[in-house]
Design a protein around this ligand. Structure first.
Ligand code: 13P
Length: 238
């Protein structure tokens, strides 16, 4: 059975002092898996100080070589990460990342035994036009067809209109989308894989709305941006 997950995504925030504060924090030791997605430059220190599990926020699609500024899956692993977030809407928008590229990134992670948090979600325009399903399928189908999803895969449903806006999907809306995502996975991989696949909600999730969201049967936890930058806030969500 799938495990509840609380995953932090610091994005381009934080500093060494915050890494130290998080590493020294007394995190709950229950059955919730905690994942800390940090800027790559902070992973080594976090790892050395015993913070776990760690996630990179992106990875290169290349193994190594002449790719200035890129960080490989091998490097993330050496720095102590066991996960990487790929396909975040901010990277899709800021860097024009496509499913074709994300498949290559996913393959690099898989080759190094790193687990994937794959982000999908519709834009405000798609939401208002009632095109949520086609947006999700556009982002999901290529990775499903590439045979990349497995029992370790975490999918994060992050409606773009809810990210950093304070506007959260209602628990009912989020549940409906999570159930659809699970059904899409089941249609290609069978019910057992779909039932084991953790699907996290992301988009203005915080301690005050997490209980209602996480109570829904297909919401297995959250990928948290703003509310993961203070240990007390993130702890409350856990
Ligand atoms: P916020 O929680 O700040 O809305 O960010 C969500 C997110 O993008 C996590 O990846």
């Amino acid at each position: 059975m799938r495990k509840p997950i609380a995953a932090a995504n610091w994005k381009m925030n934080g500093n060494f002092a915050l890494v130290e504060a998080f590493a020294k924090h007394a995190w709950p030791q229950g059955n919730v898996e905690k994942i800390f997605g940090l800027p790559a430059i902070y992973l080594t220190k976090a790892h050395e100080m015993g913070l776990a599990e760690l996630a990179g926020e992106d990875v290169s699609a290349h193994v190594s070589g002449a790719h200035t500024g890129e960080i490989s899956a091998t490097m993330l692993k050496e720095a102590g990460a066991s996960y990487a977030i790929i396909g975040h809407s901010e990277r899709r928008t800021d860097h024009g990342e496509t499913e074709t590229l994300l498949i290559e990134k996913w393959k690099q992670l898989k080759a190094q035994g790193l687990k994937v948090i794959y982000c999908i979600g519709e834009s405000l325009q798609e939401y208002e036009a009632g095109q949520c399903d086609s947006a999700l399928l556009r982002q999901l189908n290529p990775v499903l067809d590439a045979g990349l999803v497995d029992a370790d895969t975490v999918i994060a449903y992050e409606p773009v209109w809810a990210i950093g806006t304070g506007r959260t999907a209602t628990p009912e809306q989020a549940q409906e989308m999570h159930a659809r995502i699970r059904a899409f996975v089941a249609s290609k991989y069978g019910q057992e894989v779909a039932d084991n696949c953790s699907i996290l909600y992301g988009g203005s999730c915080k301690a005050s709305n997490a209980p209602e969201l996480f109570a829904k049967p297909d919401i297995d936890g959250g990928l948290i941006g703003g509310a993961s930058l203070k240990a007390a806030d993130f702890k409350a969500i856990i």
